[in-house]
Ligand binder design. Structure first.
Ligand code: ARG
Length: 573
């Protein structure tokens, strides 16, 4: 299916060319945009302004010639001109209804399969071993998972790769902490918490004690060169942490194609540095091996430290080489917090110097704040993700107990799980990723604002309308009746519904799940006006079926959209 906006943009452009090409100029084309006010049409084109500059005529005159001379597309009822030269485009209502019906039957709800034949590697979540996943990691997991799902829905072959931080300076610190302060009992009872305590304690000592720091570094180098005892300890830390991460992924409904830690690339680091040296890209500086990035106006990037240890950038370069070789991706997308922007710019630049033509995108997000302040793992003052999820489910349960007292306790719990987790996810996804999010329970769980529960509730309400219809008219199939958009609110609803494909495409391409979240919220609000203002089940036959059809399309779009954001849609709340 072709997007409505593309159909109209192509038409506008072709007509502009036909009407004005005697001037033999390049016709600029930005195409059409949606309008916010129905008075200005369903779509609007502003290209007369740009053309006016080129043809040196008033834009209003150009828009007028367009509206007089253009041959209307079969989708159109009329065009009007307004203001200094806006072209307002009005769709035929029948055409709109017909387009919507075809879209609703399409397996991808009209979402174009632009990803067919293309591969994308998405690197997200990527927590660090021996540190509990905290609320900061939730953003990478949740935003990454939505980007992942949207790309799959667009037809891309997606390789989701959880690039666990299982190799790095923290292991020297941790091994020292483990050797000197481990509490065997605590390790058995709550391993990751204990590992974190050991890390924090040892890290604290590196700040006060130079020789402790040196020993930590030594343990790290020993580990990196394959010392069997340190390897064994490391393996234990990794296994314990992975167990905890998996528990959280299960709760969040997130899964990966690959969980390849940094350690997977360990034996490729030396060769990477040699390659950089061989190409004349890296050279020695004060005992370390570095790549100068003066042309890119970026600070120098160390790829091997003076003590022989390799760096984060070296590891990411080896990772690119391996991924490109194995998957031949069109693009590699990384989702991390904003503090890593420089790191990504540096190793992307080095990868370009090495000749990689793959597209690399760093999707960064602001930190998540609770009113008390920002999270930090280093100092050990963490509010753990699991506790946050527990609390979300508990709070959701007391809401469900109030809204659905008749529901069986087991089902209430099940629904509370979907609502609680959905609320946390939506609170994150509905924000522009590049802003600092302040998380509050009131906002996340509000049943009447832009929240996950509000959308889930809207969906459940539609599901119950549809159930009631089936109960009352068990032998009628509404799909056998034409979809009529008689009331203005029905037409408004149809107009927003046919925008879904555009929205999914834009949200995926710009890596902004919030675009989809905003759309779903608008849709739910328009639906709610529709629901409150026109009769459904009490309407006469034909109108009733048409409205029920419209309802079920709204349900399908809401369910699909929320699912792309990895939010469950219970049929009852
Ligand atoms: N483990 C890192 C962290 O928690 C994120 C890794 C992101 N991916 C990458 N390829 N660098 O900060």
């Amino acid at each position: 299916m072709i997007l409505v906006s593309d159909i109209l943009s192509q038409w506008v452009n072709a007509e502009f060319k036909r009407l004005f090409n005697d001037a033999n100029v390049e016709i600029p084309s930005t195409g059409v945009v949606t309008t916010s006010n129905p008075e200005f049409g369903d779509y609007q084109c502003n290209d007369a302004m740009a053309l006016a500059k080129i043809l040196k005529k008033p834009p209003r005159a150009i828009a007028e010639s367009f509206s007089k001379g253009a041959v209307l597309h079969p989708a159109l009822d009329r065009v009007e001109i307004a203001g200094p030269g806006f072209i307002n485009i009005f769709l035929k209502t029948d055409w709109l209804a017909n387009y919507l019906c075809i879209m609703a039957e399409d397996t991808h709800l009209g979402v174009p399969q632009v990803g067919n034949g293309h591969t994308v590697v998405i690197d997200y979540s990527s927590p660090n071993v021996a540190k509990p996943m905290h609320i900061g990691h939730i953003r990478s997991t949740i935003i990454g998972s939505a980007i992942d799902r949207m790309h799959r829905f667009l037809g891309y072959r997606v390789i989701s790769d959880n690039h666990i931080g299982d190799w790095g300076t923290q292991f020297g610190i941790l091994i020292m902490g483990y050797r000197h302060f481990a509490d065997k009992k605590a390790l058995e009872e709550s391993p990751v918490e204990e590992l974190e305590r050991l890390y924090v304690k040892s890290y604290g000592k590196t700040k006060e004690d130079e020789s402790w720091l040196a020993q930590c570094r030594q343990e790290l180098v020993k580990l990196q060169s394959g010392d069997p005892e340190n390897r064994k300890l490391w393996k234990e830390f990794v296994d314990l942490s992975l167990e905890e991460f998996q528990r959280i992924y299960k709760r969040l409904g997130v899964s990966f194609d690959l969980i390849r830690g940094e350690s997977y690339y360990n034996d490729k680091l030396k060769a990477m540095v040699e390659l950089l040296e061989g190409r004349g890209l890296a050279r020695e500086s004060e005992g370390a091996t570095v790549v100068f990035l003066d042309d890119e106006k970026l600070p120098v990037c160390i790829v091997r430290k003076s003590d022989g240890a390799f760096n984060y950038a070296t590891s990411d370069l080896a990772t690119i080489a391996s991924r490109v070789n194995e998957f031949e991706p069109d693009k590699i997308v990384y989702v991390t917090d904003e503090r890593q922007q420089l790191h990504f710019r540096q190793f992307f630049a080095i990868a370009r110097k090495l000749g990689y033509r793959t597209r690399f995108d760093h999707v960064w997000f602001g930190l998540m704040r609770l009113p008390e302040g920002t999270f930090s793992t280093r100092e050990g003052n963490v509010i753990k993700l699991e506790r946050l999820l527990d609390e979300a489910e508990q709070r959701a349960l007391s809401i469900v107990q109030k809204t659905s007292p008749e529901m069986k306790p087991e089902q209430q719990k099940e629904v509370a799980r979907a609502v609680g987790i959905g609320a946390v996810k939506y609170a994150d996804l509905s924000q522009n990723p590049q802003t600092t999010v302040t998380f509050t329970w009131e906002k996340a769980l509000a049943l009447d604002g832009n929240s996950g529960p509000y959308l889930q509730y809207a969906y459940a309400r539609i599901a119950s309308v549809l159930d009631k219809y089936i109960e009352k008219y068990p032998s009628t199939n509404p799909d056998n009746f034409p979809l009529k958009l008689a009331e203005p609110i029905e037409r408004t609803l149809a107009l927003i519904l046919v925008r879904l494909p555009d929205i999914v495409l834009r949200a995926a391409e710009t890596y902004k799940p919030s675009t989809l979240a905003d759309y779903l919220y608008d849709l739910a609000q328009i639906y709610s006006t529709f629901y409150q203002n026109v009769p459904f089940l009490k309407a006469e036959e034909g109108i009733r079926e048409s409205r029920v059809r419209l309802c079920s399309i709204v349900a399908k779009v809401l369910r699909t959209g929320l699912n792309l954001l990895s939010i469950d849609t219970p049929e009852r709340i």
